[in-house]
Design a protein around this ligand. Structure first.
Ligand code: DLL
Length: 393
């Protein structure tokens, strides 16, 4: 189902016209001159903490949220009533694209509170007319129980939390789940397969960030997996070379940059996300005309440099989950011994360490220790998984 077909399937020429009008109105900037505008970055938000970037009186904001602050101090974002409405629309589009509609039972296990995941999906699903189970995250055995008892059809949580919930499900055939809206953290195609097997559902990627709105900046549809439709009537997307700031060509991986076209409280022009992905405007079988972004393949700041070798955690995940018998739970520990960096990869599952080590070495060009630990040893996350423990600092 398409929630707002008049917008989501709009001919691209009309869409560009709408973007042009909105950009002019909001920022007094012409679309053709966008590339000359300066970027905004995360530290602009930190410097303006908490309310320095508000473009409306604080009293006109009806809600605040915060970014998770995993990399430094959290930043505050604020919403007017109309901001909340457009956000709910975007999340309703995501739930509809996952097969939801009025009456669909939607279980929300993203954290409720300052994090945007829980309340974002909550109001999106309500907006669509779904029956929402506002479980929030935590108390994982009860999550499993609720899924079994109430028969939710759509699950919303981080992919790592979906796996943690699956640990507590005795008989997956007793679940009514059809689809899941998973995001807020990087995950690979391999992990998608693991989540789909563990919960017997279609796992869709949903992308977003607090600074831009929260979840619902982009979301995958059931018909055209492999790309999340960017809600381009609200968010203009660019992909740039992170080193030069110049645009990369369509389909090439670059850093995602967003401009909010409609937000009132905290509009942002050319916000650099740090997230690396590619964008295509190829038509999608679902009929939506919005551009699609690939999975986030990494962040400009999550690259590990170990003994001079550049390593992306997502690359390690891809290698690990290609090994038969490895469970989709892992942690990377980076340490410094006798002035040399060491990478230890902890995994669970029924595997021998030597072949995993060899495969990692071949793929990364870096030797790593592999430790197969007892099932349940690696901490399960209730939200964003903490995959890397860097003990060097
Ligand atoms: O994580 C918003 C969200 C909630 C998105 C629920 C999806 C689902 P922040 O806490 O501000 O907001 O973190 C934003 O998380 O810049 C990415 O690095 C990462 N991220 C979000 N979605 C994905 C995804 C929410 N689908 C930061 N794949 C972003 C990879 C993602 N990374």
């Amino acid at each position: 189902m398409i929630f707002q077909p008049e917008l989501e399937t709009m001919p691209r020429a009309d869409l560009v016209r709408l973007q042009r009008e909105r950009l002019r109105k909001r920022f007094d900037v012409d679309l053709d001159g966008l590339a000359e505008q300066p970027f905004r970055v995360k530290s602009d938000l930190r410097d303006a903490y908490p309310f320095g970037l508000l473009r409306v009186p604080r009293e006109d904001c009806v809600r605040v949220h915060a970014s998770s602050g995993t990399r430094g101090k959290a930043t505050i974002v604020a919403y007017t009533r109309d901001d909340l409405a457009l956000w709910a629309d975007c999340c309703a589009r995501a739930v509809a694209a996952a097969g939801g509609g009025p009456g669909t039972l939607v279980h929300v296990a993203y954290g409720y509170g300052l994090f945007t995941g829980g309340l974002g999906f909550h109001y999106g699903a309500e907006r669509l007319g779904c029956t929402v189970v506002p479980a929030s995250s935590g108390n994982t055995p009860r999550q499993a129980q609720l899924l079994e008892d109430l028969g939710a059809e759509i699950l919303c949580c981080t992919p790592s939390y979906a796996l943690a919930i699956a640990d507590h499900i005795e008989d997956v055939t007793r679940l009514g789940l059809r689809a899941g809206l998973f995001g807020a953290e990087p995950w690979t195609e391999r992990l998608r397969g693991a989540v789909e097997d563990a919960l017997n559902l279609r796992a869709l990627d949903v992308y977003g960030l607090s600074e831009i709105i929260g979840p619902g900046v982009a979301s995958e549809c059931l018909e055209g997996p492999g790309g999340a439709h960017v809600n381009e009537d609200h968010f203009l997307v660019e992909t740039i070379d992170p080193d030069t700031g110049q645009a990369v060509s369509e389909g090439e991986t670059g850093e995602l940059v967003f401009t909010t076209l409609t937000k009132e409280a905290m509009p942002l022009l050319r916000y650099r996300t740090g997230d690396l992905a590619s964008v295509t405007r190829e038509p999608c079988p679902c009929g939506r005309t919005f551009a699609r972004m690939s999975r986030v393949v990494g962040r400009t700041d999550d690259m590990l440099i170990i003994r001079g070798v550049n390593v992306f955690p997502s690359e390690i995940e891809r290698v690990l989950l290609s090994v038969e018998g490895i469970a989709p739970h892992y942690q990377l520990v980076v340490d410094r011994r006798e002035r040399l960096d060491e990478l230890t990869v902890q995994v669970e599952g029924r595997v021998d360490e030597a072949p995993v080590r060899e495969r990692l070495e071949r793929a990364l060009g870096l030797s790593a220790h592999v430790e197969v630990v007892a099932p349940g040893t690696i901490p399960r996350s209730e939200g964003k998984a903490l995959r890397v423990l860097d003990r060097r600092a």
